[in-house]
Design a binder for this molecule. Structure first.
Ligand code: HEM
Length: 138
């Protein structure tokens, strides 16, 4: 019964689609709020800030926004191939699992500070986690 009603209200699609985490978390407004904080944390983190040396400051904010939108399952089509290419030069500089872990940690800390509920933070971390092998070119 519920699923029949759900189908009706979801426009007749065959499955009830849950809103993306991006939408549930507050969409663009939350992403924008998170961008500055996440970026500041990353740059202040001596485990990983060396990878951001010489990175174009103006373009960086758009990249951080892309990063967070992706972590929230929002719009944007980043294929595994893009992630592999986008980080290839960093892998050449030694980017490894420990750095990836540090980024995930900063993501969690950012969302915690913005009062995002723990279950949604876990979802964001899982989505970010799913890119690990591509980012690290494994
Ligand atoms: C959750 C995993 C990650 C995602 C989803 C992600 C996402 C992205 C995206 C979308 C870009 C922009 C690509 C472009 O269009 O140029 C990017 C660039 C970048 N990422 Fe990541 N990233 C991840 C992990 C990491 C890690 C672990 C590091 C380093 C500790 C890192 C450092 C960088 C840097 C420095 C750039 C800019 C590169 C440049 O402009 O030279 N990323 N990332």
């Amino acid at each position: 019964m519920f699923s029949a009603i759900a189908k009706f209200f979801s426009g007749g699609s065959s499955e009830l689609k849950q809103a993306s985490l991006y939408e549930r978390i507050g969409g663009d407004a939350t992403v924008n709020a998170a961008v500055d904080l996440f970026y500041r944390k990353i740059l202040a983190d001596d485990r990983i800030n060396q990878f951001f040396e010489g990175v174009d400051m103006d373009k960086q904010s758009a990249k951080q926004k892309a990063f967070l939108t992706m972590a929230f399952g929002g719009p944007g089509n980043y294929s595994g191939e893009d992630m592999r290419k986008g980080h290839a030069h960093l892998v050449a500089k030694g980017l490894d699992n420990s750095h990836f872990d540090a980024v995930i940690e900063n993501l969690g800390a950012t969302l915690t500070e913005l009062n995002v509920p723990a279950d949604l933070i876990s979802e964001a971390a899982a989505i970010a986690e799913s890119t690990r092998n591509d980012v690290l070119r494994k």
